[in-house]
Write a protein that binds this ligand. Structure first.
Ligand code: C2E
Ligand code: MG
Ligand code: MG
Ligand code: MG
Length: 285
């Protein structure tokens, strides 16, 4: 009896494992074809200046219009793209899309609008990253200072000296660099000083805790002050409430991004918002 059960459990286990492996294999196959089939979409989330309430930039956020599963967010496929290496061609496509879109916005009169693009660890480690970005800038004719590349602490802390070298070479192209999800990783302040960075983005989890207790507020305030002292632009991510907005404005955070103002939206919807001149309501009191 026990033996039989054991055998059944074993058989069930392998069947389940097989299914997982098969799912992964088929997901990877469709991910591989998604680029050729044109199933990826770049959404944009506005970044707003907290002094004026105006849109000054937009972050490019990848979506996959899966034929069977509908619109998928990055959390559902970026890990697989990263482990399979597919993130390299996909990421290059995102960069080209975002740069040509930004150029088009500039041509439509939204001059100086900044576009931010996320770089994955694998992309950041590509030996030809710098030349790839240089040629995208040339092809699209985008002013390099209007492209901001977002990297996370884990990306730059993997091999700090190499990362600093890559960042310096990117800076020489004239693009801006941003440290994404700041506070969630473990970068030391010593390195923060050495990184050739322009922008620091406060991780959503800290923004959420602003109104939770005094410690939550103190941490965000400290990050804002530190950014100022290091001459970094500071952007708060994931702003959802008026209370958070008020705190960020009073404490002189430079910019915000979050559902309170706008979710990530298709390019044409962002064009509409800018044409209408949508502004963030700063009269929060
Ligand atoms: P991220 O770069 O930190 O992007 C911000 C994420 O926070 C986005 O999730 C955005 O939709 C979400 N968000 C913005 N405002 C709010 C808010 O007020 N409340 C809440 N709850 N969430 C908010 P999304 O689009 O699902 O992207 C998740 C992550 O996937 C990104 O985090 C980024 O790390 C990665 N990602 C997105 N697009 C790309 C890409 O093209 N390449 C690479 N390598 N990674 C990407
Ligand atoms: Mg980001
Ligand atoms: Mg982030
Ligand atoms: Mg994040």
């Amino acid at each position: 009896q026990a033996k039989d059960q054991g055998r059944n459990t074993y058989r069930l286990f392998t069947r389940e494992m097989n299914q997982k492996v098969m799912q992964r294999v088929s997901m990877e196959a469709s991910l591989r074809q998604a680029l050729e089939k044109g199933e990826f979409r770049v959404y944009y989330q506005p970044q707003v200046d907290l002094n004026t309430g105006s849109m000054v930039g937009a972050e490019a956020l990848l979506r996959w219009e899966h034929p069977g599963k509908g619109l998928l967010g990055p959390d559902e496929f970026i890990p697989l793209a990263e482990s399979s290496g597919l993130i390299v061609p996909i990421g290059e496509w995102v960069l080209a899309q975002a740069c040509s879109q930004a150029r088009s916005w500039h041509d439509q009169g939204f001059r100086g609008l900044l576009v931010s693009v996320n770089l994955s660890p694998r992309q950041f480690q590509q030996p030809n990253l710098v030349s790839q970005i240089r040629s995208i800038l040339t092809q699209t004719g985008l002013d390099p200072s209007c492209l901001e590349l977002e990297v996370t602490e884990s990306v730059v802390m993997q091999n700090v000296e190499d990362a600093i070298l890559t960042m310096s070479r990117l800076c020489k192209l004239g693009v801006r660099l941003s440290l994404d999800d700041f506070g969630r990783g473990y970068s030391s302040l010593y390195y923060l000083k050495r990184f050739p960075m322009h922008t620091l983005k406060i991780d959503r989890s800290f923004v959420r805790d602003i109104t939770l207790d005094q410690a939550g507020a103190a941490i965000v305030n400290t990050i804002i002050d530190m950014s100022g002292n290091l001459s970094l632009k500071v952007v708060a991510e994931g702003v959802e409430t008026k209370e958070q907005l008020q705190f960020l404005k009073i404490n002189r955070c430079d910019q915000m991004q979050g559902f309170l103002f706008c979710r990530p939206i298709p390019q044409k919807d962002l064009t509409t918002l800018m044409t209408e001149g949508k502004k963030l309501d700063l009269c929060v009191a």
